[in-house]
Each structure stands twice: as structure tokens, then as C-alpha cells.
Design a binder for this molecule. Structure first.
Ligand code: FMN
Length: 157
């Protein structure tokens, strides 16, 4: 675990979650990871836990990994230090580009998930996919992730 962050409840500091583009990390069955920029996300309480709802277009490599790869993902809210990664991860595809290398992104091994989180973020969430649903936007799909762990950078505490 990165020393620069502490574990939080998923509903703490959600103003940063709501007002920033996220970097979503997914992984195939062989452990190959990918990252993409994600604006369409919401967090909601369900029972005793929290769910992050994401909308991912069918055309994304991320969609393929979420449906055919591990049933987990991480949501990472970048700090200013890695804000350049949003345009890189949101314009190149993991089909033919190692976006971690291209954007200089470093990872932290997941605590409750096999999918890593990203360093230099304000918030990290490790999620397990519990539901998928077709979106009203015909080109997108909802992925609902139950939050297993949430972390906040000491920068915002
Ligand atoms: C600021 C920003 C926000 C984005 N939000 C979403 C989103 O919420 N859902 C989505 O499917 N694509 C979104 N995209 C587009 C994907 O990030 C982009 O198509 C990316 O290249 C897909 O990568 P992949 O093929 O490796 O999955 C966004 C792009 C940017 C720049």
C-alpha cells in the first residue's frame, strides 16, 4: 500500500469523485491491464455498501476486458501531477498502446482486487462487478462495481 494514502469509507470526499474525470483500470484473464479516461460514473449507497456505476462504450477495449476479463476494476481520481494522463488514456486504445508507459502511470497492487490502483491519485476505489446492464444510450453499457476498498491521498485529508 502506498504510504501517501489512507483507507476511507467510500462516501468520504466524494466531491473529488464527482467533479473530476476518473482513470478506470481493467484487466484480462492473463493479468494484462488497461486504463481509460472515464467521465460517466456515479456512486450510490446500496444496502450497507457502495456501488460505483460506470458507462463504457462497446467500442472500447476496456469494454472487452470488463466483459471477458476479470470481473473487477479500479476507479482512480488523478491528482494534478498526473492530470496529463486523462487526454492520453482517453484518446489511445489499449488494443495497440501501453497507456501506462505512454502516460508514465505507476500502479499500486490491489489490496482486495487483482486489478491495481494508480499512484498519485486523490482517490482510489477497488471494485468487484456485481451487475451489468444495457444503457439507454445504445452505444454504452453500465457496469456496477461494489466498492471493496477506498483510499484517499493525504493531500486532501
Ligand atoms: C475526458 C474523457 C472522458 C471520457 N469518458 C468516457 C466514459 O465515461 N465512457 C466511455 O466509454 N468513454 C469515455 N471516454 C473515451 C475513452 O476514454 C477513450 O475512447 C479511450 O481511448 C478508450 O480506451 P480503450 O480502448 O483502451 O478502452 C472519455 C474520454 C475522455 C478524454
Amino acid at each position: 500500500m502506498s504510504e501517501n494514502r489512507i483507507e476511507i469509507q467510500p462516501d468520504q470526499h466524494i466531491e473529488y469523485f464527482e467533479s473530476n474525470t476518473a482513470l478506470m483500470v481493467s484487466m484480462n484473464q492473463d493479468g494484462e491491464k488497461n486504463v481509460m479516461a472515464l467521465d460517466w460514473k456515479e456512486i450510490e449507497q446500496r444496502g450497507e455498501g457502495f456501488i460505483i456505476r460506470t458507462q463504457v462504450a462497446y467500442s472500447r477495449y476496456t469494454y472487452k476486458l470488463l466483459t471477458e476479463g476479470l470481473k473487477e476494476f479500479t476507479i482512480n481520481i488523478p491528482s494534478e501531477k498526473i492530470s496529463h494522463a486523462i487526454s492520453i488514456t482517453g484518446s489511445y486504445s489499449g488494443r495497440n498502446t501501453d497507456k501506462f508507459q505512454k502516460a508514465g502511470l505507476e500502479t499500486i497492487p490491489g489490496v482486495s482486487s487483482k486489478v491495481p490502483t494508480l499512484k498519485d491519485c486523490l482517490l482510489n476505489y477497488e471494485c468487484k462487478i456485481v451487475e451489468t446492464r444495457k444503457s439507454d444510450l445504445s452505444s454504452h453499457h453500465f457496469f456496477y462495481g461494489k466498492v471493496l476498498k477506498a483510499f484517499a491521498s493525504k493531500e486532501i485529508l
